[in-house]
Ligand binder design. Sequence first.
Ligand SMILES: [Zn+2]
Length: 520
Amino acid sequence: MTFSGLAPRRMFLTIVIGLAAILSLSAQQKPDCTVRVTLLQVNDVYQFAPVDLGTRGGLARLLTLKKTIQKESPNTLFLLSGDTISPSVESITYKGAQMIDSWNTAQLDYSTFGNHEFDFGPEVLRQRMQESKFKWVVANVIDKKTGKPFGDAQAYVVREFDGVKVAILGLTLEETKITSRPGPDVEFLSPCETAKKVVKDIHAHGIKTVIALTHLSMSEDKEVARCADVDVIIGGHEHTLLESESGGAPIFKMTADAREMGQIDLNISKNTGAVESIDWKVIPVTNEITDDPEFAAINRKYGTLIKELAKLVGRTSVDLDARSKAGRTQETNIGDFIADAFRAATGADVAVLNGGSIRADEITKAGPLTRRDVLSMLPFKNKVVKVEVSGAVLRQVLEHGVARSAEDAEPGRFPQVSGIRYTFDARRPAGSRIVDLSINGKPLDVSKTYTLAATDYVAIDGGDGYEMLKAARVLLPRERAQFDSDVLQAAIVARKTIAPKTDGRIKRLDQNQQPKSDCQ
Ligand SMILES: [Zn+2]
């Protein structure tokens, strides 16, 4: 989600190269013989409001840009390369409806699915598609019951401008099947094989210009460009500004949250209907661009929630490490702080928190902390319960917590703790990796009883494989328990300014070991 340190320089180069391309070509172009079709690109947009403290992004600014560009280039198509319904703090409440509303107002033309479009399940996505005034295009996400693209999506759409036809086909990551919640009735086909077939069909209809609107990894985009005759790939997913070329087709990806808008001009021959040349530039979306007044209705509609989320909760005088990878592999200052808050709020002896429940996936910079920051870190609305366990079960809990630490790069079950100090060695066999374990300063006593604070997801439902806790006696049931985000917020409010530091409660002996990777 964060802006890569390299990006501004790349972006500058891009603009220079893009402008140079336009300048050099404009002298040679014969305007009568070509039709210019302008593609406006954004991808991975989770916020309709500006991000980075209001300095970047914002769909109201995109609408201003779109209208300005369309005046100069009437054949303009506004495209979103997927990932918008989830995840965001607003989507906890609206399940993505706020984004559809915003895209409708911003006059989006087409979108493909990102892997996150299925996060709330297929029925919610169907609902969101029905609310969309723009069209969804996807060729490789198939409803098994109909054999057709999911919902009312089309494999591709055709548009005609001044006598030339262009086709836009959509493609989505196959891994969405396992990383999101599409359910058993949705099938994901190979992007390459699908593109081959669909482009053949497009060509059979006499259409030469093919735009692939994709949400794939760069390596898959490159593969698609090699196995199908597409003219340009408008992609996404990486959250990094990328420009590549494969199989003769340029591939573009913006970062995320509309920090930039790509403008890609296809110069298409009127005689042949084929792309003759392509110009492009990356336009930074900054606070120098005014909001389109049409967007005010959206701000009014969702303003209450946005204001609620902007409410100041307290401050942090240090950066908070809420990166997913850190919370799933090592002790973090925010992991310690949340686990301590869980323990204090329930009066338990110890607390265990699965690292995967800490989200945000960013370093929250020292400074003010808002309700949005709190909910970004703990978005699941789990309850903080208290159970009673024997020392033997508590040991099993921690062994389970590190049982995938050598096998997975980012195991969600990894235990952030409070009242516990442990040392583990992931080179040892799973089940005997904890080599040192103390509870509130004393060695763990397997026959002693301890009280444990954890989320209901882990302690009651046995989520993330914590099955051994399902049998534990419940002291504070979820019906009477507080939400995890409320416990965290109260702990910040009580201190006004927090400064959590790691204190070495988790030690890892195989720190420098990298998880095995297969070279293919
Ligand atoms: Zn994605």
